[in-house]
Each structure stands twice: as structure tokens, then as C-alpha cells.
Design a protein around this ligand. Structure first.
Ligand code: GLY
Length: 352
């Protein structure tokens, strides 16, 4: 078992990484509370793979369980699903002494976390990620949200879980493309904070190193969110590649998954950083090769105009402009505020 401590102003909690942790989830929850009601929030795909294991583990540890599952996919991440879950919790008379347990990738995690943040003004919850992307990013740091027709994650809250329990064995059932999506976020950590980790990813065997990889990503995320829970400063570095990734996702009508878009976004942003003089070295080819090694894409056909129109709707935008993550060299970055005119020039440089 590997344990990483997250220390935010609102909550201090552990991320535990261990093979077989899912079947021990009941015992892990007993370390936080006496037996109570535990409602699992998941999607239909994950429920069929891991729902029974989690229900059995929680019941064996004395918890009174219920499970809410919704159809897998971004289309479910709506206020309607949110409202249905709130009613489900109210019908079961959940109280603030009970728990929500999110099980799955970023969508059940964000949905269950936001439900926990809002039900009775906040009840306790733990996260059990079952995708690589969720294990290294979405489940850690307390971002919870649902989508609006106008954009992704527009309604949400910063609300930290009491525990994140990561069982790398659950990643074995991921389709290759979904695993690769998570690798884009893994690579991002190397780019923004750790050149040695980036080098390691250039040669390592991912499957045999997966626990060490998750651990290093969570350590970096822990440092960042412990310093800046609400993204008023350094947390913005976690968004490298994301300005253009969100634009690409939006242009594709969300047919291009987040991780894949992050890979392309990082290539475009690194190219633009060099061409506009923000970065002293050009690491774009190295980054491209690493993304290709891990089964990811590195280019898009969307025009600069389409990407700009999509990017200015991003919630990272302020009235005056947008925060840009400047990776000066691999492992070293700073946050800069740029104007919308600068953003247009930046995107033109990215796709030229
Ligand atoms: N996914 C970026 C963050 O958690 O801040």
C-alpha cells in the first residue's frame, strides 16, 4: 500500500494506492467512520465490472448499502442526473453521518462528488477511481461538477473527499484507448514539474511500472493542490495543454475524449510557446514522440479561428484575458496572464 497525504485548507486526506484495494474498501471506510449507510454512485459499465465487489466489501464491513448507476458517458453528466441522485439520497434518508462512495472514471467521480457537496449542504464521500485518468488526476483535489449545454463542468464545487482509494488492478479492464487517455495526463505531470519522470516515461514499461507512475503523478498533484486548492495560483499549472484541449473537445462536439485532446493540446501549446518566444527551448518533437509511444494523437485539423472561438468560452478565462501556462523547458513552468489578442496570436502560431 502506498499512501500520499493531501493537505488542503478545507480537508486533509489520503490517497491510497494498492492492488486489491477495491475488495478491501469496506475496511478502509471503517478506518474513517463507524458503520453507516454508504451509497455508491457509478455508471452502468463500471457497475457491471466492479459494483458487486464493492457492495460485498462494504456490506461485509457492516455498511448498509445502496447503489445508483447511470448510463456511461458524458451525456449523463447533467443537472437531470444530479437531481435524480439527490432524490435517490433523500428517498433513502441519507444524513450527514453517511457516505457517498464514487466508483469509476471522471464522470461518476465528478457527479458523485458534486452530489456529496450539495446534499444537505455537504455529506462525506470517498472516491474510488477505476480509470488511469481519474486515478492520476480527476479523483484527487476536490474538483466536482456537472455539464451544461453551454459547456463542460460549468456547475460545480471544490469539495474534497475523505479518502481516495486506487486499485491499479481495475485498470486492467480499460480499453487501450481509454488507458492512453490517462497517459496524456501522466505525461503532463512530467512536462510541468518533473523532467526525470518525463525521461522515465520515454523508456519505461508502463504496465509493470503502473503503481510507481500513479504514485508520482499523485505526489505532484498533492503538492500543487495542497498549495492552491481553488486554482487561484499555482494549480493552473495542471492545465497545461488544456486551453486548446477544451477547444478541441468542443469543436469535435465532445467526440474526441479529454485525454486525447490534452495530448494534442500540449503539442499545439508547446509549439506556440516556442514560436511566440515564451519558451527558450523547443521540446515539441520530444513531447510528440512520447505521446506517439503511448498511443496518443499529436495534431488536429481545426482552424485557428474555430479553436479561438471555442477557447474564449473556457472557464479559465477572466474578463481581461486568459491564464496561459508557460512551460519554459520540460519540468519547469510559470503561469502568465495574457490578453485575448495575445491568445489569438498564440493559437495562430500553434496551428501555422
Ligand atoms: N485537472 C486539473 C485540476 O484538478 O486542477
Amino acid at each position: 500500500m502506498q499512501t500520499i497525504r493531501i493537505n488542503t485548507p478545507t480537508r486533509r486526506y489520503d490517497v491510497k494506492i494498492a492492488r486489491g484495494a477495491l475488495a478491501q474498501a469496506g475496511d478502509s471506510l471503517l478506518e474513517l467512520t463507524k458503520p453507516c449507510r454508504a451509497v455508491i454512485v457509478t455508471d452502468d459499465t463500471v457497475r457491471s465490472l466492479y459494483g458487486d465487489t464493492l457492495l460485498t466489501s462494504l456490506s461485509n464491513a457492516g455498511f448498509k448499502t445502496a447503489l445508483y448507476s447511470f448510463p456511461a458517458g458524458e451525456e449523463s453528466k447533467t443537472l437531470t442526473t444530479f437531481s435524480d441522485i439527490q432524490s435517490f439520497l433523500a428517498d433513502r434518508k441519507l444524513t450527514r453521518s453517511d457516505y457517498i462512495v464514487t466508483l469509476g472514471g471522471g464522470i461518476p467521480g465528478d457527479m458523485g462528488g458534486f452530489c456529496a457537496a450539495c446534499f444537505q449542504r455537504g455529506i462525506r464521500f470517498i472516491q474510488i477511481p477505476t480509470t488511469l485518468l481519474s486515478a492520476v488526476d480527476a479523483s484527487v483535489g476536490g474538483k466536482t461538477a456537472v455539464n451544461l449545454p453551454q459547456g463542460k463542468n460549468l456547475v460545480g464545487a471544490f469539495y474534497q473527499p475523505d479518502l481516495v482509494l486506487c486499485d491499479p488492478d481495475t485498470l486492467r479492464t480499460l480499453p487501450a484507448g481509454v488507458f492512453a487517455d490517462g497517459m496524456a495526463e501522466v505525461i503532463k505531470y512530467g512536462v510541468i514539474r518533473d523532467a526525470e519522470f518525463f525521461r522515465f516515461l520515454e523508456t519505461c514499461d508502463v504496465q509493470t511500472s503502473i503503481e510507481a507512475i500513479i504514485r508520482r503523478c499523485v505526489e505532484i498533484k498533492a503538492e500543487v493542490v495542497s498549495e492552491d486548492e481553488r486554482e487561484s495560483g499555482v494549480r493552473a499549472i495542471l492545465n497545461f495543454g488544456h486551453t486548446l484541449a477544451h477547444a478541441i473537445e468542443k469543436c469535435s462536439n465532445f467526440q474526441i475524449p479529454h485525454g486525447r485532446a490534452v495530448g494534442i493540446g500540449m503539442v499545439l501549446e508547446s509549439r506556440a510557446l516556442y514560436r511566440t518566444g515564451y519558451a527558450k527551448t523547443d521540446y515539441t518533437d520530444r513531447l510528440k514522440n512520447l505521446l506517439i509511444r503511448h498511443g496518443l494523437d499529436t495534431a488536429t485539423d481545426y482552424s485557428a479561428q474555430a479553436l479561438y472561438d471555442a477557447a474564449i468560452g473556457d472557464k479559465k478565462r477572466t474578463t481581461d484575458g486568459i491564464r496561459l501556462l508557460v512551460v519554459e523547458e520540460i519540468g519547469k513552468c510559470v503561469v502568465k496572464q495574457i490578453t485575448l489578442a495575445d491568445l489569438r496570436a498564440f493559437i495562430e502560431a500553434a496551428v501555422a
